[in-house]
Design a protein around this ligand. Structure first.
Ligand SMILES: [Zn+2]
Length: 424
């Protein structure tokens, strides 16, 4: 059931439709490509101007000590707060301003913001400048409808999500800007579509294995031990024993696509021996390195995940005294999942049903996004991803967002905000 006040807000979104579209096109025209992290100050300024116009108190939070921060590529985040009559509860909208490089295959300018057939095109249209526009205009619709919120509203536009989010959302959480003391709920408008609520994601373990051989003249390889040959044995062992074991493990998280409900492993890259092409020198490779991406389930513990790799290496070493390998951890992200019974989830789901007429779908993401920092660093337990666009269009040529998606999800976010924070 929609109340008259909520109806007024919904109507305001329709009034603001063209303004929202204009803002999104402006944002798309800033090529905030990451890596290297271009255009962040321009994105922060554009969002900041809008937030100020809506009455938010804003500040720029720059991750000056992050290794990727430089004078040429500053890591500038913007955070705004619209205090309600009481500091809590606080709903925080967060979107990332970075986009992945455009790549090949575009039929429109990836940074032109073209509009045709009810869609807006461009890199970031759905991932996730469309989400930033929809969330920002949800706040605008609440204001324009003359609604006074009891709780407070916050908005952040952050950097580097596509490369881990450490100078972005993780930095805000470390600065205490995302914390249980000041943050009740977080909505991240990633492109899951206007009818779907994403509850979390699987865990990530990136690691490197180095095999160490013994060099020899390439004309007499039997005098050495090839590190490449040793790596081949690692890969074969993974394929024959680990992969079948991982396939048997299934999470009860609603990961979409369902293939990603299993634990998985990928070889991200491999280098060894002579790597610069050409004729080169005849040597037995004494070192080979491979980087692996193991996605683990909330039902697995990270300790077990790591021990499983150690055991695989130890097994190969026990069977062959020439086998020598080292394991190095590169990155660990623990799985996160918001309780489907949490107030944020229930409120967003009811709002989706009230506004679209169809029940909300709960999903979980195969890959990680900034939710990890909200929970693992910020310790805020109620976080969902909800926003316009279709995930399978993200990182693709001719990325677009349906304008109807923008409008629909903007309405859901606006009414959800009012329901969570209370209004007069
Ligand atoms: Zn994204």
């Amino acid at each position: 059931m929609i109340t008259p006040l909520e109806q007024r807000i919904v109507e305001q979104v329709d009034v603001l439709r063209e303004d929202m579209l204009g803002f999104l096109r402006e944002l798309i025209r800033i090529p905030s490509i990451n890596p290297p992290g271009d255009g962040y100050p321009s994105c922060a300024r554009l969002v900041d101007d809008r937030l100020k116009a809506l009455g938010f108190e804003t500040r720029h939070v720059t991750a000056e000590h992050h290794p990727d921060h430089s004078a040429e590529y500053p890591r500038v985040n913007v955070v705004g707060r619209l205090p309600g009559r009481s500091p809590m509860p606080t709903l925080h909208f967060n979107g990332h301003t970075d986009v992945v490089p455009p790549g090949e295959g575009w039929t429109v300018d990836p940074f032109g913001g073209a509009v045709k057939d009810g869609r807006v095109y461009g890199r970031g249209a759905c991932d996730m400048k469309g989400g930033i526009a929809a969330a920002l205009f949800a706040a605008a619709a609440v204001r324009e409808a003359g609604v006074d919120l009891r709780g407070s509203l916050e908005f952040s536009a952050t950097v580097d999500e596509e490369t881990g989010g450490f100078a972005g959302m993780d930095h805000l959480a470390r600065e205490g800007l995302i914390s249980p003391e000041r943050t009740s709920y977080v909505i991240i408008p990633e492109p899951f579509g206007p009818g779907r609520i994403c509850l979390g994601h699987r865990g990530v373990y990136w690691f490197r294995i180095d095999t160490i051989g013994r060099t020899a003249h390439g004309s007499m390889p039997f005098l050495g031990v090839s590190a490449i040959g040793q790596m081949e044995r690692v890969l074969r062992q993974i394929e024959s024993t680990l992969v079948p074991a991982l396939r048997k493990r299934v999470t009860d998280m609603p990961v979409d696509p369902p293939g990603a409900r299993h634990a998985t492993i990928n070889v991200n890259g491999i280098t060894g021996g002579q790597t610069d092409g050409g004729v080169g020198s005849p040597c037995v490779a004494d070192r080979c390195s491979a980087v692996f991406d193991r996605r683990f389930l909330k039902e697995e513990s990270f300790d077990d995940v790591r021990k499983e790799i150690e055991a695989l290496i130890d097994g190969l070493a026990a069977a062959d005294r020439d086998f020598n390998a080292e394991l190095s951890d590169l990155m660990v992200v623990h799985p996160v999942e918001t309780d489907p019974d949490a107030e944020l989830v229930g409120t967003a789901a009811r709002t989706i049903e009230d506004l679209t007429g169809a029940p909300a779908d709960y999903v979980a993401s195969p890959g990680t996004y900034d939710h990890k920092h909200v929970y693992n660093t910020g310790r805020v337990s109620q976080c969902i991803a909800y926003g316009p666009g279709l995930l399978h269009l993200a990182h693709q040529p001719d990325e677009y967002c349906e304008i109807d998606h923008l409008v629909q999800s903007c309405k859901v976010m606006a009414v959800t905000a009012v329901r969570l924070l209370g209004a007069d």
